[in-house]
Design a binder for this molecule. Structure first.
Ligand code: ZN
Ligand code: ZN
Length: 365
């Protein structure tokens, strides 16, 4: 009995020692591998990243005027395992969070110009993609001026990364890879609104930037993404632009901004009559550097695109009012255009001519 008892104690001590050694070994092995892996894709996103289609997701479809259902300018293009963001307007990250979009897959941000409704959430993208597990610095592509924008956001958000590191540790916060990194292009853009430049080639992906007419805002650019025989063009902010129509030639999809002159004229009159001359002045200024829905449809026709997706609606709270798109029906068939909303998804399956529409968030009323 006594011997049996001694044996039990010895076995217990041996087990304890083995456990201690094992846990030391685990600690030893774990120490260099401090970074936690990104969360697995949720089911809705598994298909988005299956590599079978070039995909377009709207993550912000409004403009500076307030709209409780829409973020400001933001569009995502998914090619294979990577996602590319065109503009990071205020509240756009929140829309992606609602979709459970995997921030670690965002491989680049492309800015069309530096109006606040296109860049406001850049700091949030810096932080959220870092927390989601981004493993490299995030490239931010833009024409002249992008470095100052990126430097400013890095300065403003550096302390945030340090504070989160102190609380959550290096497994979650990688301060080395958290910064944005500016990728400036457009040395040949002379403001003549006729230039284009291939700014990224990555495997089968080619991204071309081209000047658009958002005068007096220069530089202002649009982007074309070509991948495995499918293509999408994003207008950025622009008035009617021959260079946009040229660069959108034979693309599958054109995602275009728009401003309803009739609706903005109404707002202008209301503001002038209501004693708000500042907003009335702005409403009078903006139609000449945006494009009307009818003119966007004409550019889409000229370019020969299959689907025109309207975004950056001005004013977006009136986009369901038939007056907003008055005249478009006379220019372009109803099944060849759609008024975009935050969460609209368009798929371009490779090896086909199909253009499929779906949604990751429901359409607002
Ligand atoms: Zn603008
Ligand atoms: Zn804008």
């Amino acid at each position: 009995m006594k011997r049996h008892h001694t044996l039990l104690i010895a076995a217990f001590l041996a087990a304890l020692a083995a456990t201690a050694c094992a846990s030391q070994a685990v600690e030893h092995a774990m120490a260099p591998v401090a970074v936690l892996p990104p969360a697995p894709l949720n089911p809705a996103m598994t298909e988005v990243f299956d590599g079978k289609a070039l995909r377009i997701i709207l993550c912000g479809t409004s403009s500076p005027l307030p709209d409780p259902n829409r973020a400001k300018a933001c569009t995502i293009v998914v090619a294979g395992a990577n996602a590319y963001v065109v503009d990071t307007g205020p509240e756009s990250w929140e829309q992606l969070a609602r979709m459970q979009f995997p921030g670690s897959r965002i491989a680049g941000v492309f800015l069309t110009h530096y109006h606040s409704d296109h860049i406001g959430d850049l700091g949030e993208f810096r932080m959220q993609t870092m927390v989601a597990g981004r493993s490299e610095m995030l490239p931010v592509y833009g024409a002249h001026g992008v470095k100052a924008i990126v430097d400013g956001f890095n300065t403003a958000y550096e302390e945030d990364a340090r504070l989160r590191l102190a609380h959550h540790g290096a497994g979650v916060v990688n301060v080395k890879t958290s910064p944005l990194i500016a990728r400036e292009f457009g040395a040949g853009f002379k403001g003549e609104l006729t230039a284009e430049e291939v700014i990224l080639r990555d495997g089968d992906l080619k991204v071309t930037a081209f000047e658009v007419d958002h005068d007096p805002i220069r530089p202002a650019v649009g982007y074309r993404f070509d991948w495995k025989g499918r293509s999408v063009v994003l207008s950025g902010d622009t008035a009617v632009s021959a260079n946009l129509a040229e660069n959108a030639k034979a693309a599958d999809v054109l995602v275009s901004e728009s401003l309803s002159p009739a609706m903005i004229s109404l707002v202008q009159k209301q503001m002038a009559g209501g004693g708000n001359p500042r907003i009335a002045k702005i409403m009078g200024d903006i139609p000449d550097y945006h494009v009307s829905p009818v003119d966007a449809a004409k550019m889409a026709n000229e370019a020969g695109v299959k689907l025109l997706v309207y975004t950056h609606h001005i004013p977006s709270i009136q986009v369901s009012n038939p007056m907003y798109f008055a005249g478009v029906a006379a220019v372009r068939p109803a099944d060849q255009w759609v008024a975009g909303w935050d969460g609209l998804r368009v798929d371009l399956p490779i090896g086909t001519n199909e253009v499929k529409q779906g949604e990751l968030l429901p359409k607002p009323n």
